[in-house]
Design a binder for this molecule. Structure first.
Ligand code: FEO
Length: 386
């Protein structure tokens, strides 16, 4: 079965309803798709990206009546895009793997593809399929150094690779409404794109001159109206934040929890938006999604084995790695007989360029003087979010 996207473009990808984790690292609660596109021009045939090797059978079915492919365009060396290229080369031995020099190197490191199979293209180069002109634009660090996109000039289709993608398994080939998939797309941006926010701004500027009528990413549905997702990327990559305090905490014997509840209630009484994550019960991907545009973060942890609880350590490590545009942060928590919890958490956050509100560390359960310190912390976060 072929799914027609336009007169010359068919969907030959795969839906992965079951997958819940990517790279053994990031959560994908909605599953995903591996989008692959077949372009049949008047003179040549090309396929853009292959599917994850676990779903190669779907690709084989889609291509069962396709006897010849001239070009296998590889936009990204990660396996979910490239892993079925060896199969494609076996079926179409005369096909050329079209990609940039950096991607070629990575593909040869990762897969058994002979050097003579490659056709290396440069930034802004075009490739003709007869009545189809493909225009390649290198978009480094969206999200690997070799990532690129392909613009089908005559129909205004941008094959955007991971750019604008969403890990969501859906039978919708196209988005039904502009905002139907904003949350999966934001979740995807949070976990994959956020560390490269600044360079993504440059790549948004690079594609801005194109007359983009359709965005066909490598994951999730195709955007018939590209403007909402482009606008979302402009917002997510900008320096603007939304006034919201995220409180990510773990508590062993409820002292830290009492502090969190106190701070939460006081902030809410001041009409400040708050989102609380009890870390052992939370999806860290949801926390990452809120970090895309939240203004403030409070990490709260007890002291265990002289340092922070491992759940708080992991949340701090992740927040630091994702480089969110937080403006204000702090640390609160408790201890029994000593330790360096606050110093340890702070040392894990060198990438965050946020103001630090005076941390509050209490011995045992919070007492009257501790609540006064928390009042000062609440006031500082309130002032920063008004
Ligand atoms: Fe869709 Fe970076 O893999």
């Amino acid at each position: 079965m072929h799914l027609q996207i336009s007169k010359h473009v068919q969907y030959v990808g795969s839906i992965d309803w079951d997958r819940r984790i990517f790279d053994q690292l990031i959560s994908i609660p909605y599953g995903t798709t591996y989008n692959s596109y077949l372009l049949q021009g008047s003179e040549k045939t090309a396929i853009i990206d292959s599917v994850d090797p676990t779903k190669q059978a779907d690709l084989e079915n889609h291509l069962s009546d396709i006897s010849h492919i001239d070009y296998i365009i590889c936009q990204h060396a990660e396996q979910d895009h490239s892993g079925s290229i060896p199969y494609l080369l076996e079926k179409y031995p005369d096909a050329k793997v079209v990609t940039n020099e950096k991607c070629k190197g990575l593909l040869m490191d990762l897969l058994p593809i002979p050097e003579e199979a490659f056709l290396v293209i440069q930034d802004q180069e075009t490739l003709s399929l007869g009545n189809i002109t493909l225009h390649f634009l290198l978009t480094p660090w969206v999200h690997w150094p070799e990532t690129m996109v392909t613009y089908y000039e005559e129909e205004g289709i941008l094959f955007s690779c991971d750019f604008f993608g969403a890990h969501v398994a859906t039978s919708d080939l196209f988005t039904n409404s502009p905002h139907s998939y904003t949350n999966p797309a934001k979740h995807y941006f949070a976990e994959i794109m956020m560390p490269f926010r600044t360079i993504i701004q440059k790549n948004l500027a690079k594609i801005a001159p194109l007359d983009i009528r359709i965005i066909a990413p490598s994951h999730g549905p195709i955007y018939k109206d590209p403007q909402p997702i482009i606008q979302s990327y402009e917002e997510w990559t900008s320096n603007q934040t939304k006034p919201m305090v995220i409180i990510a905490y773990v508590s062993m014997h409820d002292s830290t929890k009492q502090m969190v509840e106190y701070v939460t209630n006081r902030l809410m009484a001041n009409n400040i938006a708050v989102k609380v994550y009890n870390l052992p019960k939370s999806d860290i991907g949801e926390l990452a999604t809120d970090l895309v545009d939240a203004s403030s973060l409070i990490l709260a942890s007890p002291t265990v084995l002289a340092g922070a609880h491992p759940e708080a350590v992991y949340a701090a490590f992740l927040a630091n790695a994702l480089r969110p545009k937080l403006k204000t942060i702090s640390i609160i928590g408790s201890f029994g007989w000593g330790g360096k919890m606050v110093e340890q958490i702070q040392s894990l956050l060198p990438n965050l360029k946020a103001d630090i509100i005076e941390p509050v560390l209490v011995k045992g359960t919070p007492k009257e003087e501790d609540f006064k310190k928390l009042d000062a912390l609440v006031q500082a976060f309130t002032d920063k979010n008004r």
